[in-house]
Design a protein around this ligand. Structure first.
Ligand code: BGP
Length: 461
């Protein structure tokens, strides 16, 4: 076989509680910011459905896990919903949530599928957001207690933990770009949110280690290589700034235990530095992860902002860099995102060369397709050859990175069953399994069969 992977390579897919569970107001769960936002601002979503219409995993998880087995998975990532487990964010544990997550974990293990459990996937409990969300240190403490509760309740069986999924997204989308609730546009507040997320992560890691549970703890970051438009000094500098703000702002503290000095200096020079406490530096130093999850969809193509001088005062990241569309780039015609498979290799090589070759795995990669019904064949199956090509071409670059010494231990596709998404609901379908929203019927796509076969034989030709 031309592309063969190690016998213990992790083959699986990823989802999140808010995007799959549904039952968003049942069995004691309180609202998170997405439940609330979809109820109160439906016009922002062109009246699309909200997370209450997710794919009913809460009720169907047992059957869905059998499907995971059919798909050749030996691992599967989902998240625990903070607002389900601790409805008031910081108090009593909800016994119905404990029963649900116990049953979910046990059902996965019974099928020989190792659960990868993430603690936070953009879904701040509304009551915690009302206390300031990640801008508040009290919320950092509440999150740390929630994390400790999860390790205590489920740590006898869960051995692969992750503190956050893509913590830069709530920073960018929620505090810079007016895309996610609370729709703030303020660089200084965004920096506080990012800093407190790192502290929350580090506190969770400390709890995990203090409990002495078996297993590993990591974080999942969306690492997008930042490629400059040209070799002009200004463009190189712009790409470096984008890398600092969007990748290294989390990657460095969670893998090296400290912020890059260049970032600290940049924030300081512009009066953007967050308030710190003397004990923070040690906390962050102790929060270094055992393993990194890497989400990769597309690179960032960066150029210098017109007329920007390095002496100018920065009030928003756009002052430092902007994006451009690279002529001739390969595009996903069904969604518009760039496809650049080698980006995956570049990330893995960067981790190898500049981050001590930290153990990692690809925790998300996938192809969203709008209007996928058009690809349903005569047999009723989605004939998604484009997705098979997408996965295979990324896996080839992953394989190359392994040949060059990367410690990448697995690959999770986004996602298992077509799922609800934050801003687009069901517009872009990503699944190995098609969801018919009329009757909740699940049907394997062609890519599902291909993935199962690839996982079973640990590779492909
Ligand atoms: C990642 C998120 C996922 C998922 C995915 C696809 O950033 O971790 O939650 O949604 O992107 O993006 P989208 O759903 O916006 O197409």
């Amino acid at each position: 076989m031309k592309y063969h992977f190690a016998d213990d390579f992790w083959w699986g897919s990823a989802t999140s509680a808010p995007q799959s569970e549904g039952a968003s107001a049942r069995d004691g769960k309180s609202r998170n910011i997405f439940d609330y936002w979809h109820e109160t601002a439906p016009e922002r979503f062109h009246h699309q459905v909200g997370p209450s219409e997710a794919s009913t995993f809460y009720d169907n998880f047992r059957d869905d896990i059998l499907l995971l087995k059919t798909l050749g998975h030996n691992t599967f990532r989902t998240s625990i919903s903070w607002s389900r487990l601790i409805p008031d964010g910081d108090g009593e544990v909800n016994p119905k949530a404990v029963a649900f997550y116990n049953a979910l974990i046990d059902s996965l293990l019974a099928q020989g599928i190792t659960p990868f459990i993430n603690l936070y996937h953009f879904d701040m409990p509304l009551c915690m957001q009302q206390k300031g969300g990640w801008e508040s240190r009290a919320v950092v403490e509440a999150y740390a207690r929630y994390a400790k509760t999860c390790f205590t309740l489920f740590g006898d069986r869960v051995t692969h933990w992750f503190t956050f999924n893509e913590p830069i997204v709530p920073v960018e989308a929620g505090y810079l770009n007016d895309l996610h609730y609370p729709c703030v546009v303020d660089f200084k507040r965004a920096v506080v949110v990012a800093y407190h997320s790192v502290l929350a992560h580090a506190k969770a890691v400390s709890h995990f280690r203090a409990l002495g549970n078996e297993g590993t703890i990591g974080i999942i970051l969306n690492l997008s290589p930042t490629y400059p438009r040209s070799t002009r000094q200004e463009d190189l500098l712009a790409a470096n700034y984008a890398d600092l703000l969007l990748n290294k702002s989390f990657l460095d503290p969670v893998t090296k235990g400290r912020y890059p000095q260049e970032l600290v200096d940049l924030l300081k020079a512009n009066g953007l530095q967050p308030q710190t406490k003397p004990e923070d530096a040690q906390l962050i130093a102790d929060g270094v992860v055992d393993i990194l999850g890497v989400n990769y969809y597309q690179p960032r193509r960066v150029k210098a902002k017109e007329g920007f001088r390095t002496t100018d005062r920065v009030t928003m990241p756009e002052d430092l860099f902007s994006y451009y569309e690279m002529p001739g780039r390969k595009i996903n015609p069904h969604r518009g995102w760039e496809i650049y498979e080698k980006g995956l290799y570049d990330i893995l090589m960067d981790l190898k060369e500049n981050y001590g070759n930290i153990p990692c795995y690809i925790s998300e990669n996938g192809m969203g397709v709008e209007g996928e019904e058009a690809f349903i064949g005569a047999s009723g199956r989605v004939e998604d050859d484009y997705r098979i090509d997408f996965i295979r071409d990324h896996l080839k670059w992953l394989h190359q990175a392994l040949a060059e010494g990367s410690q990448c231990k697995g690959y999770h596709l986004w996602t298992f069953i077509d799922c609800w998404s934050w801003l687009n609901a069901y517009k872009n379908r990503y699944g190995l399994v098609r969801l018919d929203r009329e009757n909740q019927r699940r049907t394997l796509k062609k890519s599902g069969y291909w993935f199962a076969e690839t996982a079973r034989q640990n590779g492909f030709d």
